[in-house]
Design a protein around this ligand. Sequence first.
Ligand code: HEM
Ligand code: MG
Length: 250
Amino acid sequence: MKFFTIIITLWVATLGYAHPHLHWTPPGPGDVRGPCPMLNSLANHAYLPHDGKNIDVAITKKALLDALNIDEDLGQFLFENAIITNPVPNATAYSLADLSRHNVLEHDASFSRQDAHFGPQDVFDPKIFAETQSYWHGPVINVTMAAQARQARIRTSNATNPEYSLSPLGRGFSLGEAAAYLIILGDRDNHTARKNVVEYLFENERLPTKLGWQRPEPLVTFVELQDVMGKLYNETDPDIRTLARRGMHG
Ligand code: HEM
Ligand code: MG
């Protein structure tokens, strides 16, 4: 009896310490996914509904907090942006598929998805991702590499996609996405992330726990996100900082 008590106590202690993540299963028939590798991962782990549908404000905030330690205000902000992708007036929930609607939040020049002009903009595309990866020199991604990868994708889209566009909201989101992987997956003191950890999330849509990644501590806030977005912006060439439409260099 005593033996079992010890085993169970140790097991519970380990759970509390390592913050185990929910079981991962890939999307099945009827499940929807979208253009965000992190939200897709959270649905695969069932932090979000596994079918990817009917995601309301409470579900969004709880998933972001439980899985990633994202604070209430940033969770609220992200939900308020997500909800505009549901075309139904006064909707209170969105689906991961809604997030794929082009030029609402989804935008051109993604790190791992093709532009909507060329085909589906929601699914992982290894060829597009290869361009991004080619700027991640070495085992650790820093702010400069993240900024250069992002700007390369913007330059390529602008040069090849006759319908290229990136609205101010799209540009903001794109900077936020680069900041998000550095913060949520990386070393928050140095604004770096291990390349294999970031690649694992994109390629598997699964939290990279088996590579030693753990839920961030302390809370992730909007202030920190904006700080890293500012650093990325400063490392971006001036001519593409505001590149909104095809051919509008400078
Ligand atoms: C991409 C929404 C949370 C990381 C996207 C895109 C959308 C989106 C619409 C597609 C943009 C594009 O066209 O590339 C959301 C919403 C969130 C959320 C509504 C919360 C409710 C997060 C979090 C992370 C994250 C917490 C943390 C790492 C990314 C990354 C991309 C992305 C790295 C870029 C994918 C690419 O360019 O291929 N997100 N996202 N997102 N998101 Fe999220
Ligand atoms: Mg896109």
